[in-house]
Design a protein around this ligand. Structure first.
Ligand SMILES: [Zn+2]
Length: 251
């Protein structure tokens, strides 16, 4: 009797895990996508605090319309809703910069536990939750790489707390958001250079270099085979065909 009950419980858990993973990897794009953004004062400065206090939800509307238009190019009629959530006090666990597979598995478990801990009943239910870690450009010149998990649909995004960086922050947020739907990076991890052909926005362009736009998941605009520059805003980026396939916008 007990043995049967135990087996039934284990099967139920297994079914839940399988369904949960399947759902995370097969987004239904006909339903509206709600993205909850939690700002975090990551460097603890008064400057970053002031920046977070002036943030308004409508400022993230640029990302919604960009994604809506990008999805439309692949025949998907999807609405994106960017919701500004509560500021949080605790930073997500630091992304391991080196180390093997076990370290990243351990980190992803810690990150999912963090997301579970930070959840509050006042938060609206969202398809994706992004933790926006803001740093003042005065305390940090470069930001470490952001990361998002497809399993669990959560992301830890490092941004600058400077209004002049808002447009570039939007590029970073959109990039990380698509990671949460299964898009892969399209740049060389050692050099940062966009990879040809998947990391190029316009393969028909003659001459091919310099490119005028960035493929969103390549993150940079290739200028020469060795040089690239960061796009200024989302208008200088494009969701390429391979990325569209990875996230399920295209077959
Ligand atoms: Zn990336």
């Amino acid at each position: 009797m007990w043995k049967k009950a135990r087996i039934a419980i284990l099967l139920a858990i297994l079914l839940y895990v399988v369904v949960d993973a399947w759902r995370d990897q097969n987004q239904n794009w006909t339903r509206p996508i709600a993205v909850l953004l939690h700002p975090i004062n990551a460097d603890g400065t008064a400057e970053t605090q002031a920046y977070i206090q002036q943030l308004q939800q409508y400022q993230f509307g640029e990302i919604s319309s960009y994604l809506r238009q990008s999805a439309q190019q692949y025949g998907q009629n999807t609405h994106f809703l960017m919701l500004l959530g509560r500021p949080l006090q605790v930073l997500p666990p630091t992304v391991p910069t080196q180390g093997g597979i076990w370290q990243s598995i351990w980190w992803s478990l810690k990150f999912r536990y963090y997301a579970w801990q930070q959840q509050s009943s006042v938060d609206p239910t969202a398809t994706v939750v992004l933790y926006l870690n803001y740093y003042s450009p005065k305390t940090r010149q470069r930001l470490v790489h952001s990361t998002a998990l497809e399993r669990g649909r959560i992301g830890s995004v490092n941004l600058f707390s400077d209004p002049q960086q808002n447009a570039q922050n939007e590029v970073v947020i959109a990039h990380e958001l698509l990671h949460a739907f299964g898009a892969t990076d399209k740049y060389d991890l050692s050099t940062g250079q966009p990879i040809y052909p998947n990391g190029y926005a316009d393969l028909q362009q003659q001459p091919l270099l310099p490119q005028h736009m960035a493929e969103l998941m390549a993150g940079y605009i290739p200028i020469t085979p060795q040089q690239s520059k960061m796009p200024q805003n989302l208008e200088q980026t494009k969701v390429g065909a391979v990325t569209a396939k990875e996230i399920g916008w295209a077959k």
